[in-house]
Structures are given as C-alpha cells and as structure tokens.
Write a protein of this length. Structure first.
Ligand SMILES: [Zn+2]
Lengths: 366, 235
C-alpha cells in the first residue's frame, strides 16, 4: 500500500511517499529555520504563510523523487494535530482536496503517533530497519512535546508521563535565547556544550518524586538568575518596533567572562539527566523489550549516549532526518491506522490540541 | 445546459460568510453559508453538495478562482489551500482576485468612485478606492485600515460604499452627503461576482502561478501597497 503523507503542523512543510508503513520512497522537507531565526523562535503566523506557498511544490517533488504519480497511491494521509492551527489547516485542506479529486481514502494522523512510527521506517538505499518489538517504552521529545509512552501493540498507547510546563525542545530554545546562542536551541546548546564542562555552575533538576512527569520551567528560571550578574545594559540599535507586526529578537549582551560553554553544558546535562533517569526507570518498571526515542530532541547526541548506557534493552532512534518533523512518519503511521480502519471524511477539521488516544494505566506491576 | 468546457469554480473564504460559485460564462450556481471561523470543516462538504445538486463531478471543473483578501488570515489560507489543491490535483488553471475587487465590481455600472471594504478586526475595516478614469476602472494602489465609523472621512466626491455594515452604522454613513449606500444585498461579498471577474481574467489568458500565489495580508494600523489594477465594468 502506497501512501502520500502531508505534514504542516509547525514550521516544516513536508510531503512524502511511503510503502506499507516501512519503506520511504521519498521524504521532502522544506525547513523554515532561516525564516524564523531573526525572531529568535517560531512565529506562527509567518509559518502558516510559508506553508501556503511551499506546500504544492513540496508535494510535487515528493512524487517526482518517489518516481510515482497520483494514480499509483492508495491513500492520502495528513497531520490533523496537535500543532499550530494556521499551519495545520494548510496541510489538511490540501490533503482533503487531493483525496477528494483523486478519490482516495483520507487518513488523519496524530503528529505524536507519527513521531513514534518514524522508528519503523527504512530510508531509500539504507539497510532494512527491523520493526520494533512490543512492549516498548517511547520517549517523544520535541519543541512541542515531552511524553513518555508505553506501547503494547499498534495503536495501543498508555501515557506514563509528560511535561507539566515547557517541552524539552522548548527548554533548549529558551535556554539558547537566554545564553544568546540563537535558534533553534537544541543544536546551538549542543554545539556550545562541546567547549564546556557540566557541574561547574550547578543548575537544578526537577525530579517530581517518583512520577514519570517532567518539568523544565524552573531550570530556565535558574539559568536566567545565574546569567543576571553578567548582563550588560544594551542600547537598542533598532527603532521602536512596536509598529512592526512581528518584532525581531534582540539577543542579550553579556560581559566577556560569562562561562557560556560551561552553562550550556550544565543546562543540557540537566535536561538529559532527567529524561534518561525517568525513561530508564519506566523501561525497567514495565519490562519493556525496547526503548524508542522520537521527536526533534532525539537527535541530541548526549541524550542518545546516556540513554543507551542507562538501559539494558536496545535503544532505538530514527536517523536525524526522521527525528525532526517530516511527512514520511505521517505516511508511515497512517498505514497502521488504515489497517485498523481509520479514515476521515470531507469534514475533517484542525485539532490544534489533539491528544494521543491513550489508555489510563494502573501503576506498574513490576 | 452547462458548458463543461468552460466550467469555473469560485471559492471565497475571506470572511466568516463563505461562498462558492460555479460559472461557465452564462450559467451560474451559487452557495453562501455562515462558516464562522470553521471554514476548514465545511468548504469541501459544501463544494461536494454544490456539485451534486447540479449533477456535476469535480473532475469536470476547468478552472478555479479564489479571493486573495484582505480578510481573515486563516480564512484566506483555507480558500487558497483548497483552490491550490484543486488546481494541482486536477491540473487546471488558478486565478486569484482581490476580495475588494469582488465587492467593487457590481457597482462599476455607475460612474461614481467606489470605496470597497472588509472587516479587519476590532471594529476596523480595510478599504481600497476605485476610480473611473479614461474609460477604465482602476483600483488605487494603497489599502488603508480605519475604524468602520471613519469610512466616510476624506471623501471629496460622491462615492459608493461597498461592504457589510451593522445596521446602525449603515444608517449613520448613509446620511453623509457624499455617500451612496446601496442596499445590503448589493454590498454583500457574493461568490458569483468573484466567478464573473475570474472568468474574464481566465478567458483573457491571465492565470496565476500555483507556486507563488498567496493571500494579501493586511495588518491593522498599516497601509499596504498592492499593485493598482484595472477592473472590468459589470454590465
Ligand atoms: Zn514534531
């Protein structure tokens, strides 16, 4: 079964063609990072505008690279949520229209489910990826999400824990803003950390007792307090930007002796340590046969290394191109949804706050 | 009898009042409904309905037209996404028309200047002025945002106001000596006017590019410059 997938939930416009939920025939991603850089973060309205111009050429290229045409596909899949409403609606309306005129089933996909199913995908020309084995524990970490999920079969999710405030990727972005390292924050902090050492300027970890939940907003506040002493007053170089619809980001200015690298290293360590400890504990508690990483932050090298060291079962993570938002993961997850009879009608709407459908779980039986 | 060789679909989701029209140069079928802010859920279902009641199939469409705004940002994106999907999915040309041109078009039968406007949020409207010069109707290039009750300010000639207004404000504006205020149904944003304008553009060979066409986004408190455009006269 060949599925065209479309993903526009945040700041990447992506279209992909995937066979049987496992084989990526094409995966075109138009990143908007350059557009949002000067604002120090994603501006939702600008992201939505960019999707409107890039969506069709992206789909067209996905067909071309896959070497197939509309008549070769069996279904159209699209992210219905969660995400930015103005961005999601571009993909949803285009996908619905294409499914309508080509008379193909339309498959709505939860973005988080997409991230998980990136672990089933094999990229063109790469050795075959073995399908993950249940039961498994999956940590979804991205700019919008931090969720720890127990999966006992296809579509069988139990939410073990989630962030109570900022997502892990959001924490990286905010930390990078505080340190003046630019956007996106994850790679920026990882790069700066290479020259520094964690532990010299201790930052707090929020353990939240023995729950599997996360909290990162206190960490950012502690970082802000630490850098305050190095802060230099700055004369704004730009004229009052209050009339601009989208004010640009002005990085803070610090004295030269601020230990940026050490702070970045400690900040990264603080995030990774909590993610790893809770994920490893969940894997033990639920006797997982495998641990999966998913989402943009899964590309973080320290997280991958520490998690692999901390658990005794295999730790799997997708290649970087399938960690960040992409449509291959949507087309992949759609295959397994379609097997269970999931399709949508012409009235499919944007679900900006869509939760992953999960079972409530009675505490772990060790 | 529908001329399926020249069948054009017009889509307007600039405002909460959404509309669709089918047009072949002579024959017309229109559908208007209050979509609220929920155009995504309703546009395609309504399109399917419009085609069904006319015993037509979506694959019979030969061109698609869409309003470019100004209007609700998300609303405009819904119409544009559906229009692009149809254009790409069916391999048919795409024509974008400024929403204000659609509002002004029916009033070009008179020779008075026209001020066409759409809501811009928080009691404001965005408008453009149209003048009949040298035998042609031309839209002034600057789009302005003002409070709705300031619509009659700065008028130097007798001018037709075109756009939806609350009854109370309509009454107040109508009493202005330089304002001609047509009845509400003539000031409504009708998809039929869009279809008519777009059909003429399409038949003259002026179609838009799928890769670059995007809505006109006007922010409150700013003056947006759009290319001035000649408007055909409605007859
Ligand atoms: Zn994501």
């Amino acid at each position: 079964m060949i599925i065209l997938g479309i993903e526009t939930s945040c700041d990447e416009t992506s279209a992909a063609v995937v066979r049987d939920g496992r084989w990526v025939l094409s995966n075109v991603i138009r990143s908007q990072v350059d557009l949002h850089k000067r604002y120090g973060g994603i501006v939702p309205e600008l992201a939505s505008r960019r999707h409107v111009t890039t969506i069709i050429p992206t789909i067209d290229l996905a067909f071309e690279e896959a070497g197939v045409g509309p008549s070769d596909i069996d279904a159209v899949a699209v992210t219905e949520g969660p995400g930015l409403a103005g961005s999601l609606l571009v993909g949803i309306n285009v996908a619905k229209t294409l499914a309508y005129v080509w008379e193909k089933p339309l498959i709505p996909v939860n973005h988080l489910e997409g991230h998980i199913y990136a672990n089933w995908l094999t990229l063109p020309g790469q050795p075959e990826v073995e399908p993950p084995v249940f039961p498994l524990v999956c940590l979804i970490v991205s700019g919008g999400h931090t969720e720890l999920i127990l999966m006992r079969g296809h579509g069988d999710y139990a939410l073990l824990g989630r962030t109570l405030d900022d997502a892990a990727g959001e924490a990286f972005d905010k930390g990078a803003r505080v340190l003046g390292l630019g956007f996106p924050g994850g790679p920026a902090i990882q790069r700066a950390s290479e020259q520094g050492r964690a532990g010299r300027y201790p930052l707090p970890r929020a353990w939240l007792g023995d729950s599997y939940d996360f909290s990162f907003s206190g960490l950012k506040t502690a970082l802000l307090r630490t850098v305050e002493q190095y802060r230099r007053p700055v004369q704004s170089s730009r004229r009052s930007s209050s009339r601009q619809p989208f004010p640009e980001y002005e990085p803070p200015v610090y004295s030269a002796n601020m230990p940026v690298a050490d702070l970045a290293a400690e900040y990264q360590e603080a995030i990774v340590e909590v993610l790893v400890e809770k994920t490893a504990r969940a894997a033990r508690d639920f006797r997982a046969s495998m641990v999966l990483l998913a989402g943009g932050v899964a590309a973080n090298a320290l997280l991958r290394r520490r998690l692999t060291e901390a658990v005794s079962v295999p730790v799997r993570y997708p290649p970087p191109i399938l960690c960040t938002d992409n449509a291959a993961m949507i087309a992949g997850a759609a295959y397994f949804l379609y097997q269970r009879g999931v399709t949508a009608g012409l009235d499919l709407d944007v679900q900006a706050q869509l939760p992953l459908v999960t079972r409530t779980l009675i505490r772990a039986q060790a | 009898m529908v001329d399926v060789d020249r069948l054009l679909l017009a889509i307007d989701t600039s405002t909460e009042q959404a509309g669709l029209a089918l047009f072949d140069g002579a024959w017309l079928s229109e559908l208007n409904w209050n979509a609220g802010r929920n155009q995504t859920a309703s546009v395609l279902s309504q399109l399917d309905h419009l085609l069904r009641i006319n015993r037509l199939d979506v694959r019979q469409l030969k061109a698609v037209a869409v309003t470019l705004g100004p209007g609700s940002f998300n609303g405009l994106r819904v119409g544009m996404s559906v229009a692009k999907g149809l254009s790409y999915g069916l391999g048919i040309p795409l024509v974008g028309i400024m929403t204000l041109d659609v509002l002004a078009y029916p009033h070009t039968v008179r020779r008075h200047p026209i001020r066409a406007f759409v809501p811009a949020g928080r009691g404001r409207v965005v408008y453009a002025d149209y003048y009949h010069r040298g035998g042609q109707w031309v839209r002034e290039s600057v789009l302005k945002t003002v409070r709705a009750d300031q619509l009659s300010e700065g008028l130097t000639e007798t001018t037709v106001l075109a756009g939806a207004l609350h009854a109370e404000l309509a009454e107040r504006l109508a009493s202005h000596p330089r304002v001609i205020l047509p009845p509400p149904s003539w000031r409504a944003l009708r998809p039929g006017w869009l279809a008519d304008l777009a059909f003429q553009r399409w038949q003259s060979g002026a179609v838009d590019r799928l890769e670059t066409l995007e809505p006109v986004y006007v922010h409150a408190g700013t003056a947006e410059v759009a290319a001035s455009v000649e408007l055909p006269e409605s007859r």
